[in-house]
Design a protein around this ligand. Structure first.
Ligand code: HAM
Length: 429
């Protein structure tokens, strides 16, 4: 009987070697830019207690209600695969004493898990790059976070594909007053609410504003606006932020309906969006969460950050040409005694030119079969060793991407020769 092929879990992707150069480019840019703003890496577990996410993200959110990968371990403890990074980052920073009267700027990168309905740009395992800054309460930090995101998009050549939306959720008190008015308004228009919104009206009315249902558009347009309920401090914070963005030529659109799907935010919230990926347009999202550290048992500590989804980020530039990880040279070994000699030469080349990528022919084959493999490997040069080369302690360097160019080089000289040709660093002997 034929066995069923085992397949990956729906919504969890393999990243194949051809895609890796794009991921590496994204990761390099993200790390370099975060470092240039003084952020340091933190690593924390992929699994945490379920309670952490419930408390941080909020009981009545899509993530906690229906998207978490939660399971009991062998001690019957309820654990959850992290659906986002902020919760784990704050927990770790607190537990490691990083927040004690200190300013911290942290970044992280890794897989997150949400049991969402998979579609283009929306996966069950996806990767986030996140930054979180602690101990800074002003709009200067918010503005710098947005400048940092913009710098990342520019470095990847995709800035013109993104637009920035910002909003202020005000303080908790502002939100409570606003929420009362909002509930009054929706109750007066109860019959126009869709099913989802009716459910949210008692559970989490702010999220109704986030509805993408076109039937709700008219109702939402006339709903009270959060920005009208900001107290003077929250209003001034938002105005300052807009001023700083204007002064730094960051283009943005104030979107009064932007409320975000996680409960921890206050004051500034933002999203960078694109039209290029269909329905899943949010590339980067974040904001302030000044109450969270205290809520998790720490001292009162202002905080703000954002996260970028790497699958979506990479999808915005993976049609650009990119340097691939192909080998530089392919060692062709034909004839008696050439294998041992070839392995030795390859090791010597790697000693002297550490960045050189060398592929050695294994499994024999005649000259033309090996040359074909060399060509298919995408290597730039074939290094050919036959019996004559062993006798003369030399190697033929054949350019595979330019017709008819080949040269004989001695074993002593070949490292230097290749380093020069490929512009790679040569270690001294
Ligand atoms: P979020 O909006 O839930 O925020 O996710 C941030 C980004 O992760 C999204 O904009 C998107 O690019 C990516 N993302 C989310 N879900 C998926 C998915 N199912 N498939 C692919 N990509 C996805 C947060 O997670 C907050 N922790 C952000 C934050 C950090 N706020 C303050 N600090």
């Amino acid at each position: 009987m034929k066995k069923n092929k085992l397949q990956a879990i729906r919504g969890m992707n393999d990243i194949v070697p051809q895609a890796i150069p794009y991921w590496e480019k994204a990761e390099r840019v993200l790390k370099d830019v975060a470092t240039s703003y003084g952020y340091q890496e933190i690593r924390f577990p992929i699994v945490e207690t379920t309670e952490l996410f419930v408390r941080v993200i909020g009981e009545v959110t899509d993530i906690v209600e229906k998207e978490m990968y939660t399971f009991s371990d062998r001690n019957n403890d309820s654990l959850t695969l992290r659906p986002e990074g902020t919760a784990g980052c704050v927990r770790a920073a607190l537990e490691q004493g990083l927040l004690h009267n200190q300013i911290q700027r942290l970044w992280y990168l890794g897989p997150m898990f949400r049991h969402e309905r998979p579609q283009k740009g929306r996966y069950r395992q996806f990767h986030q790059f996140g930054v979180e800054a602690f101990g800074l309460s002003g709009p200067d930090l918010d503005a710098e976070l947005l400048l940092m995101a913009q710098r990342i998009f520019r470095a990847l050549g995709i800035a013109d594909k993104l637009t920035l939306e910002i909003n202020s959720l005000g303080s908790l008190a502002n939100r409570t007053t606003f929420q009362e008015k909002l509930v009054e308004y929706f109750q007066a228009n109860y019959n126009f609410l869709d099913e989802d919104s009716k459910r949210r009206l008692t559970a989490n009315p702010l999220r109704i504003l986030d509805s993408k249902n076109p039937q709700m558009a008219g109702l939402l347009k006339n709903a009270p606006k959060l920005l009208e309920f900001l107290d003077p401090k929250a209003e001034s914070h938002f105005k300052q932020l807009c001023f700083l963005l204007d002064q730094n030529q960051v283009k943005y659109h104030v979107n009064p309906y932007l409320v975000r799907g996680l409960d921890y935010y206050n004051y500034t919230v933002f999203e960078w969006q694109t039209n290029e990926l269909g329905a899943q347009g949010a590339i980067c999202a974040g904001g302030r969460y000044d109450a969270l550290v205290e809520q998790l048992g720490g001292q009162k500590t202002s905080a703000a950050g954002f996260a970028i989804g790497l699958e979506r980020l990479v999808a915005l530039f993976n049609n650009q040409p990119i340097a691939r990880n192909d080998p530089h040279v392919y060692l062709v070994l034909v004839g008696e005694g050439t294998l041992a000699c070839g392995l030795q030469l390859a090791e010597k080349l790697r000693d002297r030119v550490p960045k050189l990528k060398v592929l050695t022919n294994f499994g024999g084959g005649n000259f033309s079969a090996q040359l074909k493999r060399a060509d298919r490997s995408q290597a730039l040069f074939a290094l050919i060793i036959g019996e004559e080369e062993i006798n003369t302690q030399s190697v033929i360097v054949k350019h595979l991407r330019a017709e008819g160019t080949q040269e004989r080089v001695s074993w002593d000289e070949v490292s230097k020769y290749l380093a020069k040709l490929l512009n790679l660093e040569l270690e001294s002997e």
